[in-house]
Design a protein around this ligand. Sequence first.
Ligand code: RP5
Length: 183
Amino acid sequence: MADEQFKTSSSMRPLVGIVMGSDSDLPVMKAAAEILKDFEIAFELTVVSAHRTPLRMVDYAKTAKERGLKIIIAGAGGAAHLPGMIAAITTLPVIGVPVKSSNSIDGWDSVLSILQMPNGVPVATVALNAAKNAGILAGQILATANEELSEKIQQYKNELQQTVLDKVEKLAGDGWNNTYDKL
Ligand code: RP5
C-alpha cells in the first residue's frame, strides 16, 4: 500500500514532509530538518527522485495529504523537477529548495527549474541551498493556526534582531577602520 512505504519511525504525526532527489542533497537539506526540530515541528524526511523513481514520487504526493502532512519541502539539483511535479499532484503548499549539485552550472539549472513554474502551479522557491529558510517558512505557515508555534518563531526573530544590534554596538565601539573583527 502506498501509505505504508512512507511510514515514519517518529511517534508524532509529521506535519512537514522533506523530500530530496538524492541522498547527495542531504548535506544541504538537513538544515530544514534541523530548524524544524528546533521549532519542535514533527517532520518526515526521505529520498524521492522525480526521474529515477517517478512512481514513488506520484505515490508520495498523492498520499501526502491523507497522511496528515500540511506542507512539503522538496529539494533537488540539476534538472530539478521534483518540487514542481509534487506541486502538480497535491494541493498542499510546496516549498522548493534549489540544490547546487556538483555538476551544476553554478546552480542556475536548479534555481530556474524550480522557480519558473507555470501559472496555476506555484512552488514557493527559496534561495540556492536555502533549506533553513524553507524550514522557517514551513514553520511560519503552520504558525498561522498555532499561537504557541507563532511565539517560538517570534522568539527566533527576536534573537536574529539582537545579533544585529550586538554588531551595531560593537562596530560603534571598535570603529570601522581599526582591526574590526566581525561578531
Ligand atoms: C538530482 O540530481 C538530485 O536532486 C541531486 O541534486 C542530483 C545528483 O544526484 P546524484 O547523482 O548525486 O544521485 O536528481
